[in-house]
Each structure stands twice: as structure tokens, then as C-alpha cells.
Design a protein around this ligand. Structure first.
Ligand SMILES: C[S@@+](CC[C@H](N)C(=O)[O-])C[C@H]1O[C@@H](n2cnc3c(N)ncnc32)[C@H](O)[C@@H]1O
Length: 252
């Protein structure tokens, strides 16, 4: 099995998220000067680190199962003088309890899924209910999750879960948030440029590998096939159909 450079080499976040949008989300989370900030499914926690920079009185907790991402999060925290205020724990985030002044959860609703099947509908309500339970009234939440930007087609669903009800449209998601004790301050979605940059990040490591190895290397066919599958899934499949909603929410 060929090994590739880690995604953080090519991606700032493990989500379709531009610098402009990230700055807006950070401002929203830091504005009330929370004393505690939680990032569930934090990955390498770039957003959490930026919130801690913007809210100098805050302590942050990042939870993820991926040790390699957490190791990089700790390295970045140390390089930015944030180690004293940032804690990263490798554990299942569905076990987290307590209340936090600000919470972020981007692309990680599967944490609260009732089944671990890959082909289930997204359980937004389980995630929103759990996240609401971690906030006091007035606490802020950034919730980022997949939605349908356009009606799903067979070509779009085939490389995903293969079902039209895997995701909902933005309007449905907004209603779910409101029905679960969360007022919507802003509801926006990633644009195509953010998606293209994100998807490119998945194949950039393959391109680098191909440039560094001979074309007849025993693993080269596999790398070319991985790249082709990713490109077909996205460009011929879910590009412009799979979206990513960013909800800025306040607990009410
Ligand atoms: C799409 S990534 C998003 C990472 C990060 N929020 C970002 O935007 O850069 C989802 C993350 O959720 C993590 N994750 C999945 N299930 C988890 C669980 N049960 N507990 C903690 N983290 C989990 C994955 O390891 C992955 O890093």
C-alpha cells in the first residue's frame, strides 16, 4: 500500500473552508469571549487554534480519534504558544459531557450516529441534540455538515452512500436546528471554489507520489487508479450537488 503525505500538507482544514469563511466563523465563536471552547472531531484543530488566538482568555479542548491529526494539532499549538490553553484528547467525542461557552463541530456528526453503517442517512438531529446539550443558553455553536445543494442524481449518490436521503437540503437543516433549541444567526454553504480546493487536497498527495516514483513502480497503477476514482466521483458525480452547510447557531 503506497503511503502519501498527510492531508495537512495540502489542506488548511479537513473541510471545504476558505480563509474568508474561517475568519467569519472564528469571529463568531470568539466574539463573546468564551472561557471554554470545544471542538468535536477537531482533526488537526486549525479552527480551534484560531479561536484561541482570537479569545486570549479561553481554554480549548479538541477531541478526535485520529492520533496523527492530534499530534499535528499539538505541534501547531506549541509553535503558536497555545499549548497552555489547548488540550487534545484521543477519544470518542460522543462521551464528552459538561458545558462550553463555544462549540464547533464540522463534518463530524457521525460521532452521534446510532448505527455505524456507512450507508445510513445523516443523523443531524442526534448531533444537534447532543451539541445543544453541551451549551448554556446564549452559548455559540458552529455546525458544519453535508447537505444537498441540488437534487441528488444517481451519479452523485453512487460514490457516496447510494441513497437520496443521505443528506437534506439547507432549509430542512435550518428547521432541524431551530426545532432543537438553536437559533440560526447565519446559514451559508461552501461554494464551488472551496469544494474544488478541498477535493484537490485529496489527490495532491497522489500527484506528488507519482512525481517521486518511476511510472513502472509496482504501486503506480494503484495510485493512478485511486486518483482516477476520486476525480470521477467528484467531477462526474457529486460536484455542485453535495454541499457543506455552515450554521452559526446560538443556544436558546
Ligand atoms: C471531516 S473531518 C473534520 C475535521 C475538522 N473538524 C476540520 O474541519 O478540519 C471529521 C473528523 O471527525 C473525527 N471523528 C470521527 N468520528 C469521531 C468520534 N467518534 N470521536 C471523535 N472524532 C471523530 C475524524 O477523525 C475526523 O478528524
Amino acid at each position: 500500500m503506497p503511503t502519501f503525505t498527510p492531508f495537512h500538507r495540502d489542506l488548511t482544514f479537513l473541510a471545504p473552508l476558505s480563509e474568508t469563511r474561517a475568519a467569519r466563523l472564528v469571529r463568531f465563536l470568539a466574539e463573546d469571549e468564551p472561557s471554554t471552547v470545544l471542538d468535536v472531531g477537531c482533526g488537526w484543530a486549525e479552527l480551534l487554534l484560531r479561536v484561541l488566538e482570537a479569545a486570549p482568555g479561553a481554554r480549548g479542548l479538541g477531541l478526535d480519534l485520529d492520533e496523527q491529526s492530534l499530534a499535528y494539532a499539538r505541534e501547531r499549538a506549541a509553535a503558536r504558544g497555545l499549548s497552555e490553553r489547548a488540550t487534545f484528547e484521543a477519544r470518542d467525542a460522543c462521551e464528552v459531557t459538561g458545558t462550553f461557552g463555544a462549540v464547533t463541530c464540522i463534518g463530524a456528526s457521525q460521532i452521534w450516529a446510532t448505527t455505524q453503517d456507512d450507508d445510513r442517512p445523516m443523523d443531524y438531529i442526534a448531533a444537534l441534540t447532543a451539541l445543544r446539550g453541551l451549551l448554556p443558553r446564549g452559548g455559540r455553536l458552529v455546525y458544519g455538515e453535508g447537505i444537498w445543494s441540488a437534487p441528488p442524481t444517481p451519479a452523485a449518490t453512487a460514490p457516496l452512500a447510494g441513497r437520496d436521503d443521505e443528506f437534506v437540503a439547507m432549509g430542512n437543516l435550518v428547521q432541524m436546528a431551530e426545532a432543537n433549541g438553536l437559533a440560526v444567526v447565519a446559514a451559508q454553504e461552501a461554494d464551488l471554489d472551496e469544494w474544488d480546493a478541498f477535493e484537490s487536497g485529496f489527490t495532491a498527495g497522489h500527484a506528488r507520489w507519482l512525481a517521486e516514483h518511476e511510472p513502472d513502480h509496482p504501486d503506480a497503477d494503484e495510485v493512478r487508479a485511486l486518483t482516477a476514482r476520486q476525480h470521477t466521483s467528484y467531477f462526474d458525480g457529486y460536484r455542485g450537488i453535495l454541499g457543506l452547510a455552515y450554521l452559526q447557531l446560538v443556544a436558546v
